[in-house]
Design a protein around this ligand. Structure first.
Ligand SMILES: CC(C)(COP(=O)(O)OP(=O)(O)OC[C@H]1O[C@@H](n2cnc3c(N)ncnc32)[C@H](O)[C@@H]1OP(=O)(O)O)[C@@H](O)C(=O)NCCC(=O)NCCS
Length: 195
């Protein structure tokens, strides 16, 4: 039964998501070094709200909270791997600000980044499609929100490839390390999803 239809609003028991090429699984201790390296990339710092500089302790703190967020049903975070190399961490994707509702459906905000060496291979697009499909089919979400800095073409193209639509600009909507920036806002509704 979909979590959204159960009495208690909880996430389903965690299981990996895969389309045969990309594998999404819970990040663990062995991934810490690669997570810290990836999140420390200047492009990730520029376009996300991760701490910068990003340390291994930041990665450890982040990973240690993932299970708690899953249990509390406040966020669902996955590491991105290739199915044929499930030990080599490539990126991170998550649904944050998760609100599970039975009817008329819940909502969340999607966020993602890829380590530099894993980009431009279509893996982020696959990961966004996998998580979005899972969120709609299994969690019953009615709306998945996407936000990005206005010049983040890569993130917008990835999101639009899965069906997300840009809705407008939130003026000074993004708070990033003590500074405010304009922010593009978009969303995916179930009918928009390009499977
Ligand atoms: C956004 C990001 C996750 C995309 O990852 P990716 O694995 O390169 O994405 P994909 O390979 O699935 O890209 C699919 C398409 O998006 C477009 N795209 C990806 N990166 C692009 C770039 N730098 N410039 C222009 N188009 C780009 C291309 O059309 C690409 O297809 P192609 O390589 O066949 O031309 C990655 O660039 C990243 O980690 N950026 C820094 C963090 C970030 O911006 N996160 C999102 C915050 S909102």
């Amino acid at each position: 039964m979909a979590a959204a239809q159960s009495d208690k609003m909880s996430l389903p028991t965690r299981s990996d998501l895969t389309d045969g090429v990309v594998l999404l699984r819970q990040p663990r201790e062995a991934d810490i070094e690669a997570i810290a390296l990836g999140a420390g990339d200047p492009l990730v710092a520029k376009y996300t709200v991760v701490p910068s500089p990003y340390t291994e302790q930041d990665a450890r703190d982040f990973v240690s909270k993932i299970e708690q967020h899953w249990d509390e049903a406040t966020a669902a975070v996955f590491g991105i791997f290739e199915a044929e190399a499930p030990a080599d961490f490539l990126g991170m994707i998550g649904l944050h600000d998760l609100v599970l509702e039975g009817t008329p459906g819940g909502s969340a905000e999607i966020g993602y980044w890829m380590s530099p060496g894993a980009r431009r291979r279509g893996l982020a697009t696959r990961a966004v499609r996998l998580v979005s499909t899972w969120a709609i089919d299994e969690l019953g979400l009615a709306r998945i929100q996407w936000c990005a800095l206005p010049d983040n073409d890569a993130s917008r193209i990835v999101a639009e490839s899965v069906g997300y639509r840009v809705e407008g600009t939130l003026r000074l909507g993004m708070l990033q390390r003590g500074l405010r920036h304009d922010q593009l806002l978009g969303s995916l509704l179930p009918a928009d999803l390009i499977r």
